[in-house]
Design a protein around this ligand. Structure first.
Ligand SMILES: C[C@](O)(C(=O)O)[C@H](CC(=O)O)C(=O)O
Length: 289
């Protein structure tokens, strides 16, 4: 199978939709995506019903990752937030996520507790601390094929030029890919690409309603981006469906008016592989083989 590193080196840009559990990962795989993005924001939104402000723990993310890895074979890029502490915490995060099945870890230069890159009032760690964290993670990984995606949140804190300088330092420290978070315009998206594309794989983050203009994967690929994530879109879509569903059930006391907007029992079972699993179970239970 082509490694994630090799895949990022060629066109078209790889699109990784956000997932947060076995069901979303299974449905994304069935839709034909080649890679998944396990989003910290999506886990906070769904598991906690809370914002992406550093409340989720490394263990909660690792447990989620392991469940997804047990279900799908696709490459998984996982959000490692700040590494959950200093360089030593980041090393433990690397080892834990790698064993749980991660193919790439994204680590950012915010101080702990972090917040969503599209929220205001972020705080950063010094450049040297972040470059140390990147080197520490590289030292801790079992395989060089487990990629480190360095993210800088500096645009909204120190300005665009400072963000590019930070990104340069992170590439020099050995980052395998770069994620300049939250460009504020098409010009900034293009300027990031003009500076780094061809030197290091670039990741773009599409947050519906965030500070970056939502741009198609094809357009981002043409600019030079190698990986495009849509981390929280699935939760925004499902939250909308769930709100409508609960309102309908509360109003009618039955799901009949909603039937054409939901799977029935057999439809859902088909999507999660129930017939295949029951058949496999029966083969073992029956003592065949
Ligand atoms: C990429 C991100 O870190 C995530 O947790 O998925 C978030 C996305 C979001 O909040 O929707 C981010 O900080 O941009």
């Amino acid at each position: 199978m082509e490694s994630l590193r090799a895949r990022l080196a060629r066109a078209p840009a790889l699109v990784a939709p956000g997932v947060y559990d076995g069901l979303t990962a299974t449905l994304a795989e069935a839709a034909g995506f080649e890679a998944l993005y396990l989003s910290g924001a999506a886990v906070a939104y769904t598991r906690l019903g809370r914002p992406d402000i550093g409340l989720t723990t490394m263990s909660e993310m690792a447990e989620t990752l392991a469940a997804i890895r047990d279900r799908v074979a696709l490459p998984i890029v996982i959000d490692a937030d700040t590494g959950f502490g200093n360089a030593l915490n980041a090393q433990r995060t690397m080892r834990t996520y790698e064993r749980a099945g991660a193919n790439a870890l994204q680590v950012e230069d915010q101080s702990f507790p972090k917040r969503c890159g599209h929220l205001a009032d972020k705080r950063l760690i010094p450049v040297a601390e972040m470059t140390g964290k990147i080197r520490a993670m590289a030292d801790a990984r079992e395989s060089d094929e487990t990629l480190i995606i360095a993210r800088t949140d500096a645009i909204g804190v120190e300005g665009f030029e400072a963000a590019l300088e930070r990104a340069e330092a992170y590439v020099a420290a050995g980052a395998d890919a770069l994620f300049v978070e939250a460009p504020r315009s098409g010009e900034e998206l293009r300027a990031v690409a003009a500076r780094f594309a061809g030197r290091v794989p670039l990741m773009a983050n599409m947050v519906e309603g965030g500070v970056t203009p939502v741009t198609s994967a094809a357009d981002l690929g043409a600019m030079g981006y190698a990986l495009v994530i849509f981390p929280g879109g699935i939760v925004r879509a499902l939250a909308r469906a769930a709100e409508d569903y609960y309102a309908s059930l509360a109003a009618h006391g039955t799901n009949r008016p909603f039937a054409d907007r939901m799977f029935d029992f057999a439809d859902l079972n088909a999507r999660i592989g129930t017939p295949e699993m029951l058949e496999a179970g029966a083969r073992y239970d029956g003592g065949e083989g």
